[in-house]
Design a protein around this ligand. Structure first.
Ligand code: GLU
Length: 373
């Protein structure tokens, strides 16, 4: 077991724990989790809950076939969300608050900051924020899609130091423990590389299919933002006694020592790029080796349409090297690309910024495990 320390945690609870029979809600597993949350709060720690289960909670409430249409799922989420909130609230003697989010809310810097401020207010007032995706309005590509990644975005928003993903397996194994008796639980993972991703999705790993990849994606986003992730079995009582005493009974994904700001973490993991800036070799060296801002002179091509303050990818020789918030629109950058900053005023008639991407609004993207991004 690996020891760990934390002050602010996002705890993610999967549908299987909220609705163990796949229909309605149950406190079978939630009461242990609620005790754990209450005890942590008593110790002065801050907790934000991300709870799945709204769709499962509504099963049986409306007629569905074997396959549930997206429209019916949205309706079920609307029904089940209140049931789920009622179940959680019944397990606490303090106030709970509901936050329903969409990917657009997270991608938009102002809405994102609003979410962050709201959660901070709730925590300051000893309220337990309970987050879920707003399944009635989020459809297809506008969905985060899974609450593991939603929990990671939430952890980044509140600058948590810990994400605890409660699921119904003990953690990440070297193989499928149900088929392979020699499969071992990985008690800690330093770097989520391709070998680790393979354990989650590789052939013969039933533990890994349907769910482990999104957990690794969440852990990777968190690790790169300096947040540790714990993957634990929320169906076992002893999981929570161990967590309370500062031990991780499952898999601990270590945080990287990142000196990025909260704004840069948002740019890297949450913002949605609207275009692309292709840069020359000199600019590539300046931003990657010297940590410099990106100037107009180094931009050779502008792809896509975007407005000032939109997120854009920065590419060189066909590879994405970073992401940042553009100080100018795509139409403006078309006019100033390849020219010195001093000429911006003459060309545009104004100069809002000497840099196209300021170094504070820019993050480098290192090539990482291919599936877990
Ligand atoms: N938002 C979905 C629900 O509440 C769950 C998504 C997930 O579990 O990843 O049912």
């Amino acid at each position: 077991m690996t020891a760990f320390n934390w002050q602010t945690a996002v705890i993610k609870i999967g549908s299987a724990l909220v609705s163990p029979d796949g229909t309605g809600t149950s406190d079978k597993f939630l009461s242990n989790i609620a005790h754990f949350i209450t005890e942590c709060r008593r110790q002065g720690k801050d907790i934000v809950l991300v709870s799945s289960g709204s769709v499962a909670a509504a099963r049986g409430e409306i007629r569905t076939g074997q396959k549930v249409s997206p429209g019916k799922k949205a309706a079920m989420a609307a029904i089940g969300q209140t049931k789920m909130m009622a179940t959680w609230s019944s397990l606490f003697d303090f106030t709970c608050a509901q936050l329903l989010l969409t990917v657009e809310d997270l991608n938009d810097r102002r809405r994102f900051v609003n979410i962050k401020n709201t959660i901070e207010q709730l925590l300051d007032h000893n309220v337990l924020p309970i987050v879920n995706e707003n399944d009635t309005v989020a459809i297809d590509q506008s969905k985060v899609g899974d609450n593991d990644n939603l929990a990671a975005h939430t952890a980044i928003a509140v600058q948590a130091d810990c994400l605890i993903i409660c699921t119904d397996v003990d953690g990440l194994y070297t193989g499928n423990p149900r088929l392979d008796p020699s499969a071992k639980l990985l008690s800690s993972v330093d770097t989520i590389d391709d070998n680790i991703v393979r354990l989650a999705g590789g052939a013969g790993s039933s533990v890994g299919t349907g769910g482990m990849i999104t957990k690794l994606q969440a852990a990777q986003k968190c690790a790169q933002s300096g947040i540790q992730t714990l993957l634990v079995n929320g169906t076992k009582t002893e999981t929570f006694t161990k967590l309370v005493s500062g031990n991780c009974p499952g898999t601990l994904f270590l945080a990287k020592d990142e000196d990025s700001t909260a704004r840069q973490d948002w740019i890297k993991h949450t913002s949605n790029p609207k275009g692309e800036l292709v840069i020359d070799h000199g600019a590539y060296l300046a931003v990657t080796e010297r940590g410099a801002s990106l100037l107009s002179a180094g931009i050779t091509q502008v792809v896509g349409k975007f407005v000032a303050n939109d997120a854009v990818l920065v590419t060189h020789e066909g590879k994405v090297i970073g992401k940042g918030l553009a100080a100018y629109s795509s139409a403006e950058i078309q006019q100033i690309k390849g020219v010195k900053s001093a000429q911006i005023q003459d060309i545009l008639g104004y100069s809002d910024s000497a840099e196209v991407l300021h170094r504070d609004d820019f993050v480098l993207i290192k090539p990482i495990a291919s599936k877990a991004h």
